[in-house]
Each structure stands twice: as structure tokens, then as C-alpha cells.
Design a protein around this ligand. Structure first.
Ligand code: ADE
Ligand code: ZN
Length: 321
């Protein structure tokens, strides 16, 4: 279903757009052996019990990404699909460390991703921004080295994020990384309150100084935090199909996103890792309509929130609102 309302996709991991068909095509191109006989076997593995069970497959499948062309093909496939979903602006994350540790140079990653992003507005009518996401279950020193390398090569990044296994890895472990990024004028976002407690959302705001929280659903467990998030209109990029796939929420019918919206929180809806969680932005919106009875007015507020929470030049923002 194509939406006529312009949406911004603000929470999207490029590596999470690897559809099983593309995984197998790239495996063949690069002579990478995978433990799956065919697309059906791989698709059957896209079923998870929690965040870690997903991350295990997400990182394993990255083995097929080796060359700039691979990264460009993955990124182009996402942008074409996002355009069909009604996305007019996409802020996408890439996990540089996940590729570096496999011996893929940052230059290859950035060349391929940038190739696709730089022609996206012309090819798909989708403007873009790239965020380098750092893995919170790896040491901060490594993240600082990678940020230094990215800055030295003038990588085309607009900001940094923080992702991977959340529990036991608080935002405050990365204060030097975020201070450095802020000093460079980068935008700051972080996953918080997906599996981790509301205190991690507070830390991301107060210790890291982020502009936006990825997920943040567990903020609902802390009334004072909710009050603050409403007062400050902190953007929360919520991903309903992801939360159900990773069992943070039992069923879509129980998802709090529309309650969050109606309580005055600045929430918007995104697809996170659409190849793994059952769908893209349009699929998430259709699921909210079907399971929660989302009204056209709520849908319009989610669209407007996504545009106002994006990192956009004033003229592009005005054109999309
Ligand atoms: N990396 C990719 N998707 C993620 C998610 N939903 N949470 C944390 N890290 C991720
Ligand atoms: Zn995410």
C-alpha cells in the first residue's frame, strides 16, 4: 500500500534490509558458504525469541557483504522499496564495526553505501542521511578509533547512533564517544528502552545528550520520564513489528504506540530491520490500522512527527510537511 502522506524513515539498519533472496545472491557472488540450503530454509530462520537471537543471525548474514557493490546493491534495494512505502526521506544506520571485524575495510562500506545514497533523491525521490551506529557490546575505545577513522576519511555521515545488545550496556559507557561526535558537529541518536530499562533513556538524554531515542518504548514504565519526554517533545522512533518479532510486546494488538501518540509523546513509526521483522514502513502502518484501528488522523500525526524529527534543511522539511 502506498501512502500519499510523506513519511521520514528515521530508524532503519541497512544490514537489516537483507532479504533472504539477496543474502543468497550475494553469497553466490562472493563464494560465501552459508548454513542454509535455500531461501525457504533461510526464511524459516527469521524467527526470534529476543533481541540477541535476532542479532546472532543479523551478524552471521553480514558475511555475504564484501565489496562496495554489495553494500550499494543492498542500499539501493532498500531505497526502492522504501519509496514504494511512501518514504520521502530516509535516515539510515550502518554498523561499521560489524564489517571491520570481518576484515572489510571502512572505505569499501562507505563507498558502496554512499554510491546508492547519493543518487537516491534523483532515482527515487527519497532524500537521505547516514548515521554510523556503534556496537554497545564492544569496547568504547574501539568505537572511538572507528569514529576517528571515519572522520579522517571524511565519511559522509550526519551523525552517530548506538545499537546491538542493550541489557547490561548502558549509554553512560559511551560518554567519550558522544562528546567527541558532538565536538565534530554530528547529530546524536541512541537505542534506549528497547530491552533496557527506562534509566537508559534518561542516561541517553542526560549523559550522552542525544537528540532522538531509538525505540524508547520501555519509558512507559516511568511516569516522570513520560512527563519529561512529552514536555521536551523528545523524538521516539518506535518500531511496532520489530517489538513484536523480538517479543518486547506480545501481540500487535497490545502495542502501546497509539497510546503514546495520544498521550502527547513525539512518536513516529519505523521499520528497524524490515527484512527480518515482517515488513517495511507501509507494512508497519497497515498492521497498526488492522490491529489497533489506527485512524487517518493518527496516521497523519505519525507522518508529521517523522518529518519534524528528521535532520532536514528547512526548505526540504517545509516541502514534506
Ligand atoms: N541492530 C540492528 N537492529 C537492532 C535493534 N533492533 N536493536 C539493537 N540493535 C540492533
Ligand atoms: Zn534499531
Amino acid at each position: 500500500m502506498t501512502s500519499t502522506l510523506p513519511f521520514a524513515e528515521l530508524h532503519l539498519h541497512l544490514e537489516g534490509t537483507l532479504e533472504p533472496e539477496l543474502v543468497l545472491e550475494l553469497a553466490e557472488r562472493n563464494a560465501v558458504t552459508l548454513p542454509f540450503a535455500d531461501v525457504d530454509a533461510l526464511r524459516r530462520a527469521y524467527a526470534f525469541s529476543d533481541l540477541q537471537s535476532f542479532l546472532d543471525l543479523y551478524y552471521a548474514n553480514m558475511a555475504v557483504l564484501r565489496t562496495p557493490e554489495d553494500f550499494a546493491d543492498m542500499t539501493r534495494a532498500y531505497l526502492a522499496r522504501a519509496a514504494r512505502a511512501g518514504v520521502r526521506h530516509a535516515e539510515v544506520m550502518i554498523d561499521p564495526q560489524a564489517h571491520l571485524v570481518r576484515g572489510v575495510p571502512l572505505e569499501a562500506v562507505m563507498e558502496g553505501v554512499d554510491d546508492a545514497l547519493s543518487t537516491s533523491e534523483r532515482d527515487h525521490g527519497v532524500s537521505t542521511a547516514l548515521f554510523a551506529a556503534f556496537l554497545r557490546d564492544r569496547p568504547e575505545g574501539e568505537a572511538l578509533d572507528v569514529l576517528h577513522h571515519l572522520l579522517g576519511m571524511h565519511a559522509p555521515i550526519t551523525g552517530i547512533g548506538l545499537d546491538s545488545a542493550e541489557a547490561g550496556h548502558p549509554p553512560s559507557d559511551f560518554v567519550r564517544l558522544y562528546d567527541r561526535a558532538r565536538a565534530e558537529g554530528l547529530h546524536l541518536i541512541a537505542h534506549a528502552g528497547e530491552e533496557g530499562p527506562p534509566a537508559y533513556v534518561v542516561e541517553a538524554l542526560d549523559v550522552l545528550g542525544v537528540d532522538r531515542i531509538d525505540h524508547g518504548v520501555r519509558s512507559l514504565e516511568d511516569d516522570a520520564l513520560v512527563e519529561r519526554l512529552v514536555a521536551e517533545q523528545v523524538p521516539l522512533t518506535v518500531c511496532p513489528l520489530s517489538n513484536v518479532a523480538l517479543r518486547g510486546v506480545d501481540r500487535l494488538e497490545d502495542h502501546p504506540v497509539l497510546d503514546m501518540l495520544d498521550r502527547g509523546l513525539n512518536v513516529s513509526v519505523h521499520s528497524d530491520d524490515p527484512a527480518y521483522f515482517g515488513g517495511y514502513l507501509d507494512d508497519n502502518l497497515a498492521a497498526l490500522t488492522d490491529s489497533l484501528g489506527m485512524t487517518p488522523e493518527q496516521r497523519a500525526r505519525l507522518a508529521a512527527n517523522s518529518i519534524r524529527s528528521a535532520v532536514l534543511p528547512a526548505d526540504r522539511r517545509a516541502a514534506l510537511l
